[in-house]
Design a protein around this ligand. Structure first.
Ligand code: SF4
Length: 82
């Protein structure tokens, strides 16, 4: 296997894990979750905006998109910041 193929395989696996985690989070939300209030959302957002573990619109720790993660009551911060 060429080095380039190995890198592509790793990137593919990372993306597959991210999709899998999102599907799990979505199932948790559908079964147990609800939308948080605007106040809770704003508090979560304020912490994520100041967090060193944020990578743009995603959390670097879990790889989740923050716009959904912050809205769902079934989600929590992997670093226990909220
Ligand atoms: S979810 Fe937690 S670890 Fe991730 S960016 Fe927000 S505060 Fe940071």
């Amino acid at each position: 296997m060429l080095v380039g193929d190995g890198i592509l395989l790793v990137l593919l696996l990372i993306n597959m894990m991210r999709v899998f985690r999102f599907i799990l989070a979505l199932i948790k939300y559908i079964i147990w979750g609800e939308q948080v209030t605007q106040e809770v959302y704003d508090k979560r957002l304020a912490k994520c905006e100041r967090c060193d573990e944020r990578c743009g619109k995603t959390c670097c720790v879990c790889g989740c998109y923050l716009n959904k993660k912050l809205q769902w009551s079934s989600e929590s911060c992997p670093k226990n910041k909220w």
